[in-house]
Design a protein around this ligand. Structure first.
Ligand SMILES: O=C(NCCCCc1cc2ccncc2s1)c1cc(-c2ccc(F)cc2)cc(O)c1O
Ligand SMILES: [Mg+2]
Length: 214
C-alpha cells in the first residue's frame, strides 16, 4: 500500500536527523515540507513566535491540541525546564504513532505525553487520568471550530489560572472567527495578535495570544 505523506516525513527525519537533537529534527521537517511536500506544521516562521510565547510562559504543565507529526510538540518540549511536561492531544491514530516515533528520534519522549482522542472527550479527563491541576500554557492547533468550545471547556473545568497563556495558530488562514470574536470580547482574556504567514507559503496568517486574567 502506498505510504502516506506523514510516513514520508518520518522516513526523512529517520534518515537525515541527528538522534537526540530536537533542532535537527525541526530543521529536517521544515526542509522536507518546504522543498518536497507541504504539510500543516506550524513551521519555522510562526515557530519563532511559538518559541517566544513558550519562553514567556515558562510552563510546568503545557497542553497542545493537534499533535499531527509532533513538530510543535518538539518545538515546545525542547524549551521546557527539567520537571515540566507537555500533554498533546491527537485524534488520528496514524498521526499519533508517527508523532511518537519522531518525538523519540528528537529524544523528547520523557517530556511529552501523546493522548489519543477528541479534545472535548479528553479535557474533562485531564485531572483524574493525567494528574493535571492547572495548565500554564495551551497551544491550539486542531480543528479551528473547536478552538472556542474547547477554551470554554478548559475554563469550565477549572484548568486555567491567573496568568495561564493560550496561543492559537491559523487565526487568518484557515481562520477561527468565532474564537477570535469570543476571546477578544471576554473580560478575563488579554489578547495580542501576531501577524505572520502560513507555514512554508507566502499566504498571510497570524497567531493570537490570550492571557487568562482569572
Ligand atoms: O486543519 C488544520 N489543523 C487541524 C487538523 C485537525 C487535527 C485535529 C486534532 C485534534 C485533536 C483533538 N481533537 C480533535 C482534533 S482535530 C490546519 C490546516 C492548515 C491548512 C492551511 C491551508 C490549506 F490550504 C490547508 C490546510 C494549516 C494549519 O496550520 C492547520 O493547523
Ligand atoms: Mg496550524
Amino acid at each position: 500500500m502506498d505510504q502516506s505523506k506523514e510516513q514520508r516525513i518520518l522516513n526523512s527525519v529517520s534518515y537525515n536527523a541527528v538522534k537526540g537533537d530536537p533542532e535537527s529534527v525541526l530543521d529536517c521537517i521544515d526542509n522536507y515540507c518546504s522543498q518536497k511536500e507541504w504539510a500543516m506544521n506550524v513551521g519555522d516562521e510562526k515557530g519563532v513566535i511559538l518559541d517566544k510565547v513558550v519562553e514567556e510562559a515558562d510552563p510546568t504543565i503545557a497542553l497542545e491540541f493537534g499533535t499531527y507529526v509532533g513538530y510543535s510538540a518538539i518545538r515546545i518540549a525542547r524549551l521546557l525546564k527539567p520537571n515540566a511536561r507537555l500533554l498533546t492531544i491527537e485524534f488520528n491514530p496514524e498521526f499519533a504513532s508517527i508523532a511518537r516515533e519522531i518525538i523519540e528520534i528528537a529524544g523528547l519522549s520523557e517530556k511529552i505525553t501523546i493522548i489519543e482522542g477528541h479534545s472535548q472527550d479528553i479535557i474533562p479527563q485531564l485531572r483524574e487520568k493525567y494528574q493535571v491541576d492547572k495548565v500554564d500554557f495551551v497551544f491550539l492547533d486542531h480543528w479551528k471550530e473547536r478552538y472556542c468550545p474547547d477554551t470554554i471547556l478548559l475554563e469550565e473545568c477549572g484548568y486555567l489560572r491567573k496568568g495561564s497563556i493560550l496561543l492559537a495558530d491559523n487565526i487568518v488562514y484557515p481562520g477561527a472567527p468565532d474564537f477570535i470574536k469570543y476571546i477578544r470580547s471576554h473580560k478575563s482574556f488579554d489578547c495580542t495578535n501576531y501577524p505572520s504567514h502560513l507555514e512554508y507559503m507566502k499566504v498571510e496568517d497570524a497567531m493570537e495570544k490570550a492571557v487568562y486574567m482569572g
